[in-house]
Design a protein around this ligand. Structure first.
Ligand code: NDP
Length: 335
């Protein structure tokens, strides 16, 4: 296959552990109406890619993987007026298939990369930073005198939530496993960090809040933390359940929310915000403003060649990583 009209991508034909991922070559067709041909420079790795690979969020198989990337436009299809070859663009909400060297993408999914923003920086903050921003700004904005609990505080989304909280004057207690991750979370902007390797989270939250509990818990861990998160809330508090890193939240009794003090539960997604053009524009604008102001400085926890996407997945799901993980499609091997 001529490399001019071909690309490499990571695909999987059955769900399972990371070893189901395969790198393959596929032919590239010219962009159709409303599409652009993009050469990816950096691809963001997200926990949702693991849900897709495992089948927790089912995809028709065989499938590509990955929802976000930064790249350079090589060709534009008919009807694409606002973008041109050579332009740097990024996307954070698919379509699935960003683990690739090049691909066709609908123009409407793309956002122009502002001058001065590095490709790696944007790939590290785009999906994860927009998620953190939407949680803190939209899902349950916190009053200046409120403090919330944020799980997985040292992770991709979590470390950016700490930085954003510091920038917008919001108080967060983090929860992370191990002293190194906790020290890292504190550096990012968390006011305190509960080490889940030995602390009981509700007990520590009560200690840190004068026995009151918190008004909001942002929980992306899911099954393993569900009950503890409810136990951290004060009356009328809200559990913002936005992920399932430990597995899906089991069915629960609504009466439990009543008994614990008229609690609220919500299950937000970035996709809902992204689907609203005004919501998307405002979030993206604020993210870029935070980058420009130097308030958002993503920490890159690992860089991997495309062919080693499986290793990136193993690292992420084994809780070894901090910050954001990136795939570099133009690189065959990295030290
Ligand atoms: P992270 O870098 O945060 O990695 C996941 C972290 O979760 C781990 O580092 C670990 O931190 C913690 N964790 C706790 N239990 C487990 C477990 N059993 N297996 C694996 N990890 C566990 O990932 P991302 O930043 O990519 O995503 C964070 C979360 O946010 C995910 O749950 C993701 O699904 C969710 N998300 C949701 C979005 C939405 O639209 N709703 C959008 C984007 C992300 P520790 O060891 O410190 O506990």
């Amino acid at each position: 296959m001529s490399s001019e009209r071909a690309a490499r991508a990571v695909v999987f034909a059955r769900t399972g552990e990371a070893d189901v991922l395969r790198e393959t070559e596929f032919p590239l067709f010219p962009p159709g109406p409303g599409e652009v041909l993009l050469r990816h420079t950096v691809v963001g790795v997200n926990f949702v890619d693991i849900y897709h690979r495992r089948g927790l969020y089912p995809l028709p198989l065989p499938s590509g993987l990955g929802l976000e990337a930064v790249g350079v436009i090589e060709e534009v299809g008919p009807g694409v007026g606002s973008l041109a070859p050579g332009q740097r663009v990024a996307y954070a909400q698919g379509p699935v298939g960003s683990y690739a060297t090049r691909r066709l993408v609908p123009a409407e999914a793309l956002v122009a990369v502002p001058p001065g923003v590095e490709d790696e920086t944007l790939a590290a903050v785009f999906l994860k930073g927009l998620t953190a921003l939407a949680l803190l700004r939209r899902t349950r904005p916190l009053a200046p005198d409120e403090t919330a609990l944020f799980h997985a505080a040292a992770g991709g989304v979590g470390h950016l939530a700490g930085q954003i909280a510091r920038a917008i004057g919001v108080h967060l207690i983090g929860a992370a496993r191990g002293p190194e991750k906790c020290a890292f979370a504190l550096e990012q902007g968390y006011g305190a960090c509960i080490d889940t390797s030995w602390e009981d989270v509700p007990t520590s939250v009560r200690r840190l809040t004068g026995g009151q509990g918190v008004p909001v818990v942002y929980d992306s861990v899911g099954r393993a933390t569900w009950t503890a998160s409810l136990d951290c809330l004060r009356p009328f508090g809200m559990l913002v359940s936005f992920g399932n890193a430990s597995g899906s939240v089991p069915p629960f009794d609504l009466g439990d929310l009543a008994r614990r003090g008229s609690l609220y539960v919500t299950r937000p997604t970035l996709a809902t915000h992204w689907a609203d053009p005004e919501g998307r524009r405002a979030l993206v604008e604020e993210l870029f403003a935070l980058l420009r102001a130097g308030a958002l400085r993503p920490v890159i926890g690992g860089r991997y060649p495309l062919a080693e996407a499986a290793r990136a997945h193993r690292d992420l799901e084994s809780r070894r990583t901090r910050g954001a993980l990136l795939l570099l499609p133009g690189t065959e091997s990295l030290p």
